[in-house]
Design a protein around this ligand. Sequence first.
Ligand SMILES: Cc1ncc(COP(=O)(O)O)c(C=O)c1O
Length: 435
Amino acid sequence: MESISTQQVESAQKQLGIKDLSKATIREIVAIANILEKETGVEFIRMEMGVPGLPPAEVGVRAEIKALEQGVAAIYPSIDGLPELKKEASRFIKAFIDLDIAPEGCVPVVGSMQGTFTSFLVAGQCDEKKDTILFIDPGFPVQKQQALVLGYKAVSFDVYDYRGDKLRAQLESYLSKGNIACIIYSNPNNPAWFCLNEEELKIIGELATQYDTIVMEDLAYFAMDFRKDLASPFKSPYQASIGRYTDNYLLLISGSKVFSYAGQRIGFVAISNKLYHRSYPGLQKRYGSGNFGPVFIHRALYAISSGTSHSAQYALAAMLKAASDGDFNFIEQIKEYGNRARTMKDIFIKHGFEIVYDKDLDEDIADGFYFTIGYPNISGGDLAKALISYGITAIPLNTTGSQQQGLRACTSFIKPHQYELLDKRLKAFADSLSI
Ligand SMILES: Cc1ncc(COP(=O)(O)O)c(C=O)c1O
C-alpha cells in the first residue's frame, strides 16, 4: 500500500481548519478522507459514517412510485399522517414490540432526526422547572446539536460503568434535582451497539414515573439485535422497550436503517396513549391548549415542516404492512451488517485491538451496524489519526459522549475486497508500534 505521511494528514487537517482530530465531527473525517484519497490515490476503508449500504426495501419503492403516479405530489399531506400509515404504524408496534399505541399517537416525521428535534422541543416546554435533557451516553452526536440549536440545557453520563442495577443510583442522582424534562438513549446503541436489557429499562421506566420525566426511546436500529429473532410478527421474542415500564414515553422509529430508506427522510414517532392525552401547564400557558400529542402535531410539527413527504408516507405504510403481514422479513437483508461486524471485529482483534463496549452485562454484545475498538495505551484521537495514515477512517468515541478511549466503526460501507486490505493495513499499523 502507498502510505500516507503524517505531514499529508496534517496538511488535510489544516485545509479544513481542524486543529484536534479527537474533536472532529463525522463530516470532517469524511472530508479529510476525501482530500487524502484524491491527493494520494490510496483507497480508504471508510468506517466513519452510518449510511445504509444496502438497497432500499423494494416494497417501499414500489408503493412510493405508485403514489407519485397517482398524483399525491400535488397535495399537502395531513400533518397527523396518512390514516393508512397511522394504522400500520400502530399495528407494527403491536406486532414487533407487543405494545398498544393508538394510531392517533403514531405520527410520521421527516426522519427520526425531526422526531427527536420536535420531541425535545415540546418536552422542554411542558414544565418550566424542567429545562434540561438527560442523555444516556454514548450517543448520536447530532442530537446534542439539536439541544444546542433549541437552546436547551443538556447533561449526560457514559453508561459504561453503570450497567445493570448500578444504573438506578446514577440516574437518580440526575433526576432527583427535578430539572430533567426528558431522557434519551438509543437501543441498540449508536455508537457502541450494546442493548439496555429489560432490567435496565425497568429502572429507567420506574424512575421516569417517579420523577415525572419523559423517556424518548430511539429505536433507529429497531430489531437489529441480531442475537434474537425479532422479525416474526406477533410472536415472542419482542423488541425490548421502555413502554413496558412507564406511561411517560415516546418511541422514535426510523425508516433509514431497518428499511434502508434514509434518502426519503421518513420515520415515525409513537407517543404513548397516556402521554398523548396528558395536559401540561407549560403547554397550556404557551399554546392555550395543553395536551402533549395535539401540541406535538398541530403546533410544533406544523411550524417546523407542515408534515412529511406524501409519497414517502405511502412507502412507509407499505413496508410496515408487509412486515406485520409476515410477507417481508425486514431483518433478513440487514443481517448482512452483523456478518460484516463479525469479520471486521475478528481482524481488529487479531492485530491487538480490543472491543471497547464489549458486553451487555455478562453477555457479549451483538454484531451489528457499529462496534467500538480501542488499542492499548493509545487515545481515541491519536488512534483515529494513526489509522488515517493507513487509509482507515472511524470516529473517536469522545465525540459521542463516551469517557472511554477508542473509535466507533461502522460496517455499512465496507466492501468484500476490503477485508484483506484491512488485515494488511492493521498488520502494518501493529508492526509499526512494535518496532
Ligand atoms: C441513534 C440514531 N437516531 C437517529 C438517527 C437518524 O435517523 P433518521 O435518518 O431517521 O433521521 C440515527 C442515524 O444514524 C441514529 O443513529
